[in-house]
Design a protein around this ligand. Structure first.
Ligand SMILES: [Zn+2]
Length: 487
């Protein structure tokens, strides 16, 4: 058994100011360390170790560990007071610019490779974050590289407000200067300084954040805030008739018992039961059905292909879910379901909760977040999966469902048969939903669906007991809806 390192270190004469760091990393060399410490009067470093200072206490840690932690040895001059005390900076609240005067100093002389201006919302009460928000504060985390100069540099602060004043709570914004330095071939953070805090009262002067938009993708009936010129009226009316035809075409799609059984199930995390998840009953009356106009808006690191994906999803939703009123807007004031696509990085990641946790999420405040680093089918899969949650779908273990937690299955980038058939029930035009009081959603219950859609109670029960079989329903009449989504 090895004792912790500090027990040995305390015995040496000058070791009082040393603390313990990452014992497990160094335990194998304890004896070696003690020998050296006792034989020498001055501080000594083993090869491969660096000193890290924290709260006035010096720690000795493996340089590899230091690299992972993003700390740098003290002999680097990146945090030199000579540099940091000489430079001047201010935040110009009129122009919302950050102005920095290097006073003829070259930051590269101080082993500073890059200098960044980092902004992050700051909540004094951590629990506050998740209560009043539509996710727009994610866009106020930013990191801008300060251009190199020896004189005065200006950086326009990328600051945004949303139009959800009643829902969004603005937070004061911390403005930090961050320097990186080279450590071998890696860049590591070597200095961080809080230089300013922008008060919430300034939010009114910020730029409005508006959804991504590109002409020529969405049909006119899908654009909620469309402005039709008088010479375009005929074309618009023609398109609007197309829309009504689309919605009518879904009325005759098959509704089946297997889909109702699936709507009554969810998954529960349960390691060691033939995989990590197992089916559980989840009463369909808990589902919130969107009974008010839903307007989607894409924000952040959006690609044209994301809007194309939404366009295809809206097309099939008009058909399978005629009771759902869903469209897109290029103006935040019309958006009810924002989709934020941002990176899950450091501070923002901690705030979103995505670090090591998830790559997409639908939050109960009614917004979606998707990790911007995703590409291709995986990106589409996550986006459609979260949209599925927003519309009322739960997880399942059906092989090729977009809502599947069967991780060996394909990550389909569209609503597949079982997903579409469930949505067809939830937003069936003949189904009378029940409104929650004071809520923008409605609900239904099992026996009501059976009666109103003329289903067999016996068959529903059969699928509920043999839920895996419910996954295999693939009526051919739904095939073209998969094709419409590019599947
Ligand atoms: Zn999910």
């Amino acid at each position: 058994m090895l004792k912790p390192l500090y027990v040995y270190l305390a015995a040496t004469m000058w070791i009082g100011s040393w603390g313990l760091f990452a014992v497990d990393q160094v335990s194998t060399t304890i004896n070696n360390v003690i020998e050296r410490l006792e034989s020498q009067e001055s501080s000594v470093l083993l090869p491969g170790y660096v000193i890290h200072e924290k709260n006035g206490v010096k720690f000795m840690i493996k340089s590899e560990t230091a690299k992972k932690m993003g700390v740098v040895t003290l002999d680097m001059e990146c945090d030199s007071s000579e540099f940091w005390e000489k430079i001047d900076y201010e935040v110009d609240l009129e122009t919302l610019e950050f102005v920095i005067d290097f006073n003829n100093l070259d930051y590269r002389d101080y082993k500073i490779r890059n200098l960044y201006l980092a902004i992050e919302p700051h909540s004094p009460v951590a629990d506050d974050w998740n209560i009043a928000t539509k996710g727009f504060e994610y866009h106020n985390f930013s990191k801008t590289r300060i251009p190199f100069t020896e004189e005065v540099a200006k950086v326009t602060l990328p600051l945004y407000k949303s139009n959800f004043e009643s829902l969004e709570k603005p937070y004061p914004l911390n403005v930090n200067l961050e320097a990186t330095s080279a450590n071998g071939s890696d860049l590591v953070n070597c200095k961080e300084e809080n230089v300013y805090t922008i008060p919430v009262e300034k939010f009114k002067d910020f730029e409005n954040i508006e959804p991504f938009f590109a002409e020529g993708i969405l049909p006119s009936y899908d654009i909620d805030n469309i402005k039709v010129q008088s010479n375009e009226e005929d074309a618009y009316i023609e398109k609007f008739i197309d829309y009504q035809i689309l919605r009518l075409s879904g009325f005759n799609l098959t509704t089946n018992e297997a889909s109702l059984a699936l709507l009554g199930k969810d998954l529960e995390y349960s390691p060691n039961v033939n995989g990590d998840y197992k089916w559980v009953d989840h009463d369909i009356s808990f589902k919130r059905i969107r009974n008010q106009k839903t307007v989607v808006g894409l924000y952040g690191d959006v690609r044209k292909s994301d809007l194309e994906l939404i366009k295809n999803a809206l097309q099939v939703l008009h058909i399978v879910a005629p009771g759902l009123d869903i469209s897109y807007s290029s103006e935040t004031k019309h958006v009810t379901l924002p989709i934020h696509i941002t990176d899950c990085d450091n501070e923002r990641g901690r705030h979103i909760g995505c670090i090591d946790e998830y790559i997409g999420v639908y939050k109960w405040q009614d917004f979606i977040w998707v990790d911007a680093s995703l590409r291709g089918d995986k990106r589409s899969h996550v986006l459609i999966h979260e949209l599925g949650h927003a519309l009322g779908l739960s997880h399942n273990l059906c092989w090729d469902s977009v809502m599947t937690y069967e991780f060996s299955g394909p990550q389909v980038p569209y609503f597949s048969h079982v997903d579409l058939m469930q949505l067809h029930i939830l937003y069936h035009p003949e189904l009378k939903t029940i409104n929650y009081t004071n809520s923008k959603s409605a609900y239904i219950y099992r026996s009501q669906v059976i009666n109103q859609l003329d289903l067999s109670e016996e068959r529903v029960s059969y699928y509920e007991d043999n839920i895996k079989e419910a996954c295999y329903q693939k009526p051919g009449e739904y095939d073209y809806l998969i094709e419409l989504q590019g599947g």
